[in-house]
Design a protein around this ligand. Structure first.
Ligand code: GLV
Ligand code: MN
Ligand code: MN
Length: 416
C-alpha cells in the first residue's frame, strides 16, 4: 500500500478535460471566461460542480454565503477534514485557470483516491469559496473572510453590486443561499493550489512554488467632485475638472508605489464618470484603488503619502476628493508545518521548486488566521492573469495537482 501511495498520480488528461469543460460556462470570444460571482454563469458552473461532486460520492453542504463544501468520508469522522479547493468565479475578462485549477484539481484528487480505493484517516473536504474575485461585490475573498470571522454574515449579505443587487438577493436568485452557518464547518487544515499569476516560476523554470507568504492588500473607494460645465465656453483656468483631477491622482499613486518599491504596487482599476458627455467637463468621477505590499508598515506609509498627495491636489484644483479605506487584508504568513508538508511532497515527486510570496489575494490567506493553511503555485504563461489570455500547461497543472494530492494525503493520513 505504501508503494502504491507514493507512486500515486492524478489523471492529467481528466483534469485538463474538466478545466476545459467548465471553461464553456461564461466562455468569451477571446478564449477567456466571464463568470461574475453569483451570476447565471456562476450558477451553471456550480450546478456542474455539484453534480461532479455527487457523482464522486461526496456529500455537499452549502453555507449561508453560498460557499460549497463537498465532504469525502474518512476512517475517523470525529477528526476535522483537511480542506482543499479554491474558487470558480472569474474576473469580467478572466481566464480559464485562476481559481478553477485549484477547485478542479481538488475534485481530481478525490477521483484519483476513489479509483485507487484509498481511504484517508481524517475526512477531506473540497471547498468552492463564494466571490474570491471581488469585482462584482467588494471586498475580494469575502466568504472565506466571513468564515474566518473577519465579517458578520449579515454584513456580507448586505453588500451590493453596481446595480444595487445585494449578495443575499444574488444568492437567492441562483438558489445558492445554503442553510449552514458560515464558519460552522470546521477544517483541520486548508491547502489551495493556484496558478502563480506572476512571472517568477516561469522565468526561473521552476514547476512548483511553495508559497510561504502573501502580500497585504488595501482597497479604497474614491470620488472626485468638481463642477460640470460647458466644454466650449469654460476657459481653462476656471475649470474644476474631475477627470483631470483623477489623472493627477493616478500619477500620484504610481509615484508613491514606486517610491516604496520594489515590493509595493498600486492600481486604479475602475473609474466611472457620473454623466459622461463629449461636450461636458466631467463633474463627478468614482474610482477604486488597490495597493499591495508584503509589509504592513509599507501599506501604512503608502496610505499616509497618498492622503497627503490627494489633499494637496484637492486644494489646488478646488475640488472635493473622498478617499475611503474599504478593505485591509494584512500580509499572510502561512503555517510552517504545512509549508514544509508542501515542500516535502514536491521534493518526493521530483519537481523543481522555490519558496514564493503570493502577490494575489487568496481564500487561503483568510483561512490562515483560523486554521493551518498553505498554498501551491504552478507557472502561468508570461506571468499573465486577470486576462482572457491567461494560460498554463497541462503538465504544470498536473504537477500542481500531484503536489496537492500528496500534501493532502500526508495531512489526512492513510487509513490502514
Ligand atoms: C484576487 O484575484 C486578487 O488578488 O485581487
Ligand atoms: Mn484566484
Ligand atoms: Mn483572481
Amino acid at each position: 500500500m505504501t508503494k502504491i501511495i507514493s507512486n500515486l498520480q492524478i489523471d492529467s488528461a481528466r483534469l485538463w478535460d474538466t478545466i476545459h469543460e467548465t471553461a464553456k460556462f461564461g466562455a468569451t470570444p477571446k478564449g477567456g471566461v466571464r463568470r461574475l460571482t453569483l451570476g447565471p454563469e456562476d450558477k451553471q458552473v456550480r450546478d456542474w460542480f455539484r453534480g461532479a461532486c455527487e457523482a464522486a460520492g461526496l456529500q455537499l453542504h452549502i453555507d449561508a454565503l453560498g460557499s460549497m463544501f463537498a465532504l469525502r468520508k474518512g476512517r475517523d469522522m470525529s477528526k476535522p477534514p483537511v480542506g482543499l479547493g479554491s474558487h470558480l468565479d472569474t474576473q469580467p475578462t478572466g481566464g480559464k485557470f485562476d481559481g478553477v485549477l485549484g477547485t478542479l484539481a481538488a475534485l481530481e484528487v478525490v477521483r484519483t483516491l476513489n479509483d485507487a480505493g484509498i481511504e484517508t484517516e481524517t475526512p477531506i473536504c473540497i471547498v468552492n469559496w463564494t466571490n474570491e474575485e471581488g469585482s462584482r461585490f467588494a471586498p475580494a475573498t469575502m466568504a472565506s473572510a466571513a468564515y474566518a470571522g473577519d465579517y458578520a454574515t449579515d454584513n456580507i449579505l448586505a453588500r451590493t453590486d453596481a446595480a444595487g443587487i445585494s449578495v443575499g438577493e444574488a444568492l437567492d436568485g441562483i438558489g445558492y443561499r445554503g442553510s449552514e452557518a458560515v464558519g460552522a464547518r470546521k477544517l483541520g487544515a486548508f491547502v489551495e493550489l493556484h496558478i502563480e499569476q506572476g512571472p517568477l516560476l516561469e522565468a526561473e523554470n521552476k514547476t512548483i512554488g511553495v508559497v510561504d507568504r502573501g502580500q497585504g492588500i488595501a482597497w479604497y473607494d474614491g470620488k472626485v467632485t468638481g463642477f460640470e460645465s460647458h466644454a466650449g465656453t469654460t476657459p481653462m483656468p476656471l475649470r474644476r475638472d474631475a477627470l483631470v483631477t483623477l489623472s493627477e491622482i493616478v500619477l500620484a499613486i504610481e509615484r508613491v508605489a514606486k517610491a516604496h518599491g520594489p515590493n509595493a504596487v498600486g492600481t486604479v482599476g475602475e473609474a466611472v464618470i457620473a454623466a459622461p458627455s463629449r461636450n461636458v467637463i466631467p463633474g463627478e468621477i468614482a474610482f477604486t484603488v488597490d495597493i499591495r505590499s508584503p509589509s504592513s508598515e509599507t501599506l501604512d506609509a503608502i496610505d499616509n503619502d497618498l492622503r497627503s498627495a490627494i489633499a494637496e491636489i484637492a486644494a489646488r484644483r478646488k475640488v472635493e476628493i473622498a478617499f475611503d479605506a474599504i478593505w485591509r487584508k494584512p500580509p499572510t504568513v502561512f503555517n510552517a508545518r504545512l509549508v514544509e508538508a508542501v515542500e516535502h511532497a514536491t521534493k518526493a515527486l521530483g519537481y523543481s521548486h522555490r519558496r514564493i510570496t503570493s502577490g494575489a489575494g487568496h481564500d487561503a490567506c483568510n483561512l490562515a488566521s483560523v486554521v493551518p493553511a498553505a498554498m501551491i503555485f504552478v507557472p502561468c504563461k508570461d506571468g499573465v492573469s486577470h486576462n482572457e489570455l491567461e494560460d498554463a500547461t497541462q503538465a504544470d497543472c498536473a504537477a500542481g495537482a500531484n503536489a496537492l494530492m500528496h500534501t493532502v494525503l500526508a495531512l489526512a493520513g492513510v487509513a490502514s
